[in-house]
Design a protein around this ligand. Structure first.
Ligand code: ATP
Length: 717
C-alpha cells in the first residue's frame, strides 16, 4: 500500500483532528450530501500542492480554514498531512514513511513540510512528480469533473496525459531550462552592454598605452644612451682627475721646495743686510791708520828730499854753486842761495863761502845722519803700511765675500720667485681645471640621480658597458652630441608626462575586466547552448515518450471502451495545431495544419459507439460521456499507475448495469493503484475494503466513522 494515512485539522468542515487510514486497496467514503466528503478529496489535492483556489471551491486562502459554527469557534489555522509508505523507496528519501503536509493561516500564509522539515512548494512538486502525482491532479477526479478530459481542449488534454504518463517532470525541467535560458539571455545582454560601456574607455586607454609604449621605447633608448654616456663620462673624469693630480701635484711639490728655499734665502738676505759692523769699523780704523802712516811717510820723504837737496847744495862748489841754477841774483844784485833757506844770511858772498864750506860739510854729515834716520823711519813706515794694507785687504776680502753670497742669494731668490710665479700660474690653471672637474663631476652625479628617476635604476648600471673598440678616444664633441641627444629625449619624455604607470594599471584592469566579461559572455553563451540543447533533448524525450504512451493508452482505451459499451472503438489522435483559417479556407471548408516545428501536437479523442453512427464527443449522452471518460481514465492509469486515485462520485451518472461494469473495472484497477472512491453507489461501496462514513451534525462540523457495508448503504442515503 502506498497511501497510508490522511490527517485533517481545521480544514474546511473538519474542525477537529480527523484521521483516515487507507489499509485497503479500495476505500469508500460515503455520507449524505453536504457532510464533507468532497472536502476530504480536496484535502488531498490541497496538501499535494494545488494552487488553484477555484478548484478547491474557495476564493481566498482563509476559505480553507474552518470558519466556525454555532457550537464551534472559527479556527486560525488549517493543516492536512498525507502519509505514504516508502519502504520500496519510490520517493527519493531514505525514510520508510514520507509525510507531506501543508498549513495555512488566516493571513494567507502557506507552509509546506516533508517529514516535518519545512520545505518549498517546489520541493513538494518535485518529490511528487517522481511518482506521477502531478499538479494537474489527473489522479483526483473531483465531483462532476469525470468528463473533464473530454471537455478540455486538445492542448489541455495533452497536458493531462503527459502528466499521467509521468512526463511532467521533463516538462518541468524544460520549463526550468527555459527560465534559466531566459535569465541567461538577459545576463548575456547585461554583460554585453557592460562590455559595450567599457569599450570606448578601453579604446582610449589603448591609445594611451601606445603613447606609454612609445615612452617605454624611448626610455629603453635613453637607458642605452645613458649607459654609454655614463661609462665614457666616468672614463673621461677618471683621466681628467689623474691629469689634474699630476698637474696640481707636481707644482705643489715644487712649490713647497721653492717656498722652503725662498725662506732660506730670504733668511740669508735679511742676515746679510745686518752685516758684521766690526769689520767695517776695523776697515775704517785701518784706513785712518794708513792715512796717518802715509802722511808721516810723505813728511819723511819730503824731509829726505830736503835733506838730499841740502846735501847736494852743501856738497857742490861755490862757483858751481854760484852758477848753479840754485843760485839766483836778487834785485839788490845779491846772490841768493835757494837751498839755504833755513840758513835763513843766504846771501852768498865769496869771503864767507869757505867757511861756509866747512860748515856745510859738517852740516852735510849731520844731514846725512838725519837722512839715514829718516830713511829708517820711512822704511819702518813702509812696513807698517804694508802690514796695515795687508790687513785691510783681508778685512775687505771678508766683506767682499759676504757681498757675493748676498748677490748670489738675491739672484737665486729672484729666479725662485720667477719660478714660483710660474708654478703659481700653473697651479692656478690646474685649480681652474679642478673647478671645471668638480663641476663636471657634480653634473655627472646629478645626471645619474635624474637618470634613475626618469629611466629607472638600469640606466646607472653602466659599469658593464663595453665601449666599442676603436672609439675609446673619440673626440669630446661626440660625447657632447650624446649629451644633447639625452636632453632631447628627456624633454620629450617629460612632455609625455609621467602617468605611464597609472595608465598601464588602469589599462590592465580594464582589459582584464573586458576579458572577464568576454569570457563571461562565452560562458553564458555556452551555458545557453547547453540549455537549448537540453531543451531540445527534453522535447524529443517528451515527444517520443508521449507517442509511445499514447500508443499504449490507446490499446487500453479501446479495451475499456469496448468493455463499457460492448463494442465500438475509441482512440486518442495527435493533431497538429491548425492555422487560423483564411476567408478562402473558410469558404472551401478546409484547414491547413500549422507545421511550425515548435508547436506540439494536441490530443483529440475519436469515438465510435457500437450500433450508433455517432462520431464526435459532443454527440454523447451524459452517461456515455461518463463511461468514455472512465474508460480513458482507467486506460491512462493502467499504463502509468498513480500511487492512488480519488474518484469523487465518478459513478454518479451510471445506471445499474454500467455500475457493475464500473465496479469490475475499479476492482481491476485497484490491483495496481489504491483507490479512494466517494460514492452514493451501492455497487461501488460493495467493492470497498474500508468504508468511512462522513456525517455533519447541527454544529457544522464533519465527523468521520469507520462503518460496515450495511451501515454505509444507510448513511449514504
Ligand atoms: P455532496 O454529497 O452533496 O457532494 P459532500 O459530502 O461532498 O456533499 P462537501 O461539499 O464536501 O459535501 O461539504 C460541503 C460542506 O462543507 C458544506 O456544508 C460547507 O458549509 C462546509 N464547509 C466548506 N468550507 C467550510 C469552512 N471553511 N468552514 C466550515 N465549513 C465549511
Amino acid at each position: 500500500m502506498n497511501l497510508k494515512r490522511l490527517e485533517l485539522l481545521g480544514f474546511k468542515s473538519f474542525a477537529k483532528k480527523t484521521v483516515l487510514d487507507f489499509e485497503s486497496s479500495i476505500t469508500s467514503i460515503v455520507g449524505p450530501n453536504g457532510s464533507g466528503k468532497s472536502n476530504v478529496a480536496e484535502a488531498f489535492r490541497w496538501a499535494l500542492g494545488e494552487q488553484s483556489l477555484k478548484s478547491l471551491r474557495g476564493k481566498r486562502g482563509e476559505d480553507l480554514i474552518f470558519n466556525g459554527s454555532a457550537g464551534h469557534p472559527k479556527l486560525n489555522h488549517a493543516s492536512v498531512e498525507v502519509v505514504f509508505d516508502n519502504k520500496q523507496r519510490q520517493f527519493a528519501l531514505d525514510f520508510d514513511e514520507v509525510a507531506v503536509s501543508r498549513h495555512i493561516y488566516r493571513d494567507g500564509t502557506n507552509e509546506y513540510f516533508i517529514n516535518g522539515t519545512k520545505v518549498r512548494l517546489k520541493d513538494v512538486i518535485e518529490l511528487l512528480s517522481a511518482v506521477s502525482l502531478g499538479v494537474s491532479s489527473h489522479h483526483i477526479i473531483s465531483q462532476g469533473e469525470a468528463d473533464r478530459i473530454l471537455n478540455a481542449n486538445m492542448y489541455e488534454r495533452r497536458e493531462m496525459i503527459e502528466d499521467a504518463l509521468g512526463l511532467k517532470v521533463f516538462q518541468y525541467k524544460k520549463e526550468e531550462s527555459e527560465k534559466k535560458l531566459e535569465k541567461t539571455r538577459e545576463n548575456i545582454k547585461e554583460v554585453e552592454s557592460l562590455r559595450r560601456e567599457i569599450a570606448p574607455h578601453l579604446r582610449f586607454l589603448r591609445k594611451q598605452i601606445e603613447q606609454v609604449k612609445k615612452a617605454e621605447e624611448m626610455r629603453a633608448e635613453l637607458v642605452a644612451i645613458y649607459k654609454e654616456y655614463f661609462k665614457r663620462e666616468e672614463n673621461y673624469l677618471t683621466q681628467f682627475k689623474q691629469l689634474l693630480i699630476k698637474e696640481k701635484g707636481d707644482p705643489e711639490t715644487k712649490l713647497q721646495t721653492i717656498e722652503t728655499e725662498i725662506s732660506r734665502l730670504s733668511a740669508i738676505l735679511s742676515s746679510a743686510n745686518t752685516a758684521d759692523p766690526s769689520k767695517i769699523s776695523r776697515l775704517r780704523e785701518l784706513d785712518s791708520n794708513i792715512f796717518e802712516i802715509r802722511n808721516k811717510k810723505n813728511n819723511l820723504e819730503r824731509e829726505i828730499g830736503k835733506l838730499d837737496a841740502l846735501i847736494e847744495i852743501k856738497s857742490v862748489s861755490d862757483d858751481k854753486g854760484r852758477n848753479d841754477r840754485n843760485i839766483r841774483v836778487n834785485e839788490k844784485g845779491e846772490r841768493i842761495c835757494l837751498y839755504c833757506a833755513q840758513v835763513v844770511p843766504r846771501v852768498v858772498d865769496e869771503v864767507r863761502e869757505d867757511e861756509l864750506r866747512q860748515a856745510r860739510e859738517k852740516e852735510v854729515s849731520e844731514i846725512r845722519i838725519r837722512r839715514d834716520e829718516v830713511e829708517k823711519m820711512i822704511h819702518s813706515l813702509h812696513e807698517s803700511e804694508a802690514r796695515v794694507l795687508a790687513e785691510m785687504d783681508t778685512v775687505r776680502a771678508g766683506i767682499e765675500s759676504k757681498k757675493d753670497e748676498f748677490r748670489d742669494s738675491e739672484r737665486m731668490l729672484y729666479e725662485l720667485r720667477a719660478e714660483k710665479s710660474n708654478l703659481m700660474s700653473l697651479l692656478n690653471s690646474a685649480r681652474t681645471k679642478e673647478e671645471k672637474f668638480n663641476m663636471e663631476e657634480g653634473a655627472f652625479k646629478m645626471e645619474q640621480t635624474e637618470a634613475v628617476v626618469l629611466a629607472g635604476r638600469e640606466a646607472v648600471n653602466f659599469r658593464d658597458f663595453i665601449i666599442p673598440a676603436g672609439t675609446e678616444n673619440e673626440p669630446r664633441v661626440i660625447q657632447e652630441e650624446r649629451r644633447r641627444k639625452i636632453e632631447r629625449i628627456k624633454i620629450r619624455l617629460e612632455d609625455m608626462g609621467n602617468s605611464g604607470e597609472d595608465v598601464l594599471k588602469e589599462y590592465n584592469e580594464t582589459e582584464e575586466r573586458d576579458r572577464f566579461l568576454e569570457k563571461e559572455i562565452a560562458d553564458l553563451m555556452s551555458s545557453a547552448e547547453g540549455l537549448e540543447s537540453l531543451m531540445v533533448e527534453l522535447s524529443e524525450k517528451v515527444n517520443t515518450e508521449f507517442k509511445k504512451g499514447v500508443e499504449k493508452i490507446n490499446k487500453q482505451f479501446q479495451e475499456y471502451f469496448s468493455l463499457m459499451f460492448g463494442g465500438g472503438s475509441a482512440e486518442l489522435v495527435l493533431v497538429l495545431p491548425m492555422k487560423k483559417k483564411s476567408a478562402e479556407e473558410v469558404a472551401l471548408g478546409v484547414s491547413i495544419p500549422d507545421e511550425d516545428e515548435n508547436k506540439e501536437e494536441g490530443v483529440d479523442i475519436n469515438v465510435n459507439l457500437p450500433r450508433k453512427k455517432i462520431k464526435g464527443l459532443q454527440m454523447l449522452s451524459g452517461g456515455e460521456r461518463a463511461l468514455t471518460s472512465i474508460a480513458l481514465l482507467f486506460a491512462v492509469s493502467q499504463v502509468n499507475p498513480p500511487p492512488f486515485l480519488i474518484l469523487d462520485e465518478t459513478d454518479a451518472a451510471l445506471d445499474e448495469s454500467n455500475s457493475k461494469k464500473y465496479g469490475d473495472m475499479i476492482e481491476n484497477l485497484s490491483k495496481i493503484s489504491q483507490l479512494i472512491v466517494v460514492t452514493h453507489n451501492r455497487e461501488t461501496m460493495s467493492r470497498a475494503g474500508i468504508l468511512y462514513g462522513v456525517t455533519m451534525g447541527g454544529d457544522g462540523v464533519s465527523r468521520l466513522l469507520s462503518i460496515k457495508f450495511d451501515e454505509a448503504v444507510r448513511i449514504a442515503k
